[in-house]
Ligand binder design. Structure first.
Ligand SMILES: [Zn+2]
Ligand SMILES: [Zn+2]
Ligand SMILES: [Zn+2]
Ligand SMILES: [Zn+2]
Length: 339
């Protein structure tokens, strides 16, 4: 296994996997939150048309894919902002138009063989060039920094658009930024994961992360960890197994998800119920937040979205009809069911 580290293209492939495994789940967490899990898939369709144009015109396919995917991303958000019903149909038209144009155009490329198409669709470790890697590294750094800096705002918008608008966040620009980040991630990932499977690497590690994490930030850390293991492990395995890197990466991510759900299922059965944490809670309650405060034993609950929330360490608990828990009770995933 270790000999692969001395192979030039494997070094590049592993480095690319490192980049992709980090940024794909970072962007994906907001897509999961916005319930747009499959939008990366659609962006992949559009990017394919860009790849095809790049191959036919002998321009850089990566650049062409980037330009087209980003343009489609902006267009989609503008259409979505104008109304939901037409927006969904417009999405489908753009995505199907993208893949159809990609397939037709690529058939006219000088080396437009099915194999050539396959490596963009399913990923191929052999195709990462040194010059591509530099571009990918720069793009990945931009994605990671932008996502990290805008994290609270993207979270607020993805979580509750109405609320974000009410507190004066620029909802449309933030949605456009997220769409552009998604499009860029798709292009960065296309050589390693492939355009058809990149959506999976944005979503599946987040699904696994949400099983173990109790808060948004720990969910993000877990998702990146799962993404890194899947991407680097998948590339490493695809070499001796002689399989497409994209499929291997995604199968590994799915396997991690399955193992995680079995393990978390077992620990919660052995250790009793977790106490009810307020899910996806981005709002900080306090005297001036405007939510009605209700005294509840030794602490204060806030009435929020029809629930009662109580501050508990770094998160908020649901304190509905299920009674009260003491403030000095240790927070453990293994504490027993509350009275
Ligand atoms: Zn509040
Ligand atoms: Zn709340
Ligand atoms: Zn708690
Ligand atoms: Zn309470």
């Amino acid at each position: 296994m270790l000999e692969m580290l001395s192979i030039d293209f494997m070094q590049r492939a592993l480095l690319a996997a490192l980049l992709v495994g980090t940024v794909a789940p970072m962007v994906g967490i907001f897509l999961v939150q916005r319930r747009l899990a499959l939008i990366g898939d659609g962006m992949g369709h559009v990017a394919l048309a860009g790849v095809a144009i790049g191959l036919v015109t002998n321009q850089a396919p990566v650049l062409a894919a980037l330009v087209l995917a980003v343009a489609a991303a902006v267009l989609i958000e503008l259409l979505r902002a104008r109304g939901r019903t037409n927006g969904d149909v417009a999405l489908a038209v753009i995505f199907y138009g993208g893949i159809a144009a990609g397939v037709v155009i690529i058939s006219k490329a000088p080396d437009g063989t099915p194999a050539n198409l396959m490596k963009y669709l399913f990923g191929s470790i052999l195709t990462t060039q040194r010059s591509d890697l530099v571009v990918f590294a720069v793009l990945a750094a931009v994605i990671a920094v932008t996502t990290w800096l805008l994290r609270p705002r993207l979270f607020a918008v993805a979580n509750d658009e109405e609320y974000a608008r009410a507190v004066g966040l620029p909802v449309l620009p933030l949605n456009i930024v997220l769409a552009v980040l998604t499009a860029t991630t798709v292009v960065v990932a296309m050589r390693v994961v492939g355009l058809l499977l990149i959506s999976a690497l944005m979503i599946v590690p987040n699904a696994a992360g949400q099983l173990v994490a109790r808060s948004f930030s720990s969910g993000l850390r877990w998702a990146v960890a799962f993404g890194l293991v899947s991407a680097v492990g998948g590339v490493a395995l695809s070499y001796p197994l002689n399989t497409p890197s994209g499929g291997t990466i995604v199968l590994l991510a799915v396997a991690l998800f399955v193992v995680t759900s079995v393990v978390t299922g077992l620990t919660s059965r052995l250790g009793g119920h977790r106490h009810p944490v307020a899910e996806r809670h981005d709002h900080e309650h306090g005297d001036t937040c405007g939510h009605p405060a209700v005294a509840h034993g030794d602490h204060v609950d806030y009435v929020h979205d029809g629930h009662r929330h109580a501050a508990h360490e770094s998160h908020y608990d649901e304190h509905g009809h299920h009674g009260h828990h003491g403030a000095d009770e240790p927070e453990q995933t293994t504490t027993g069911a509350r009275p």
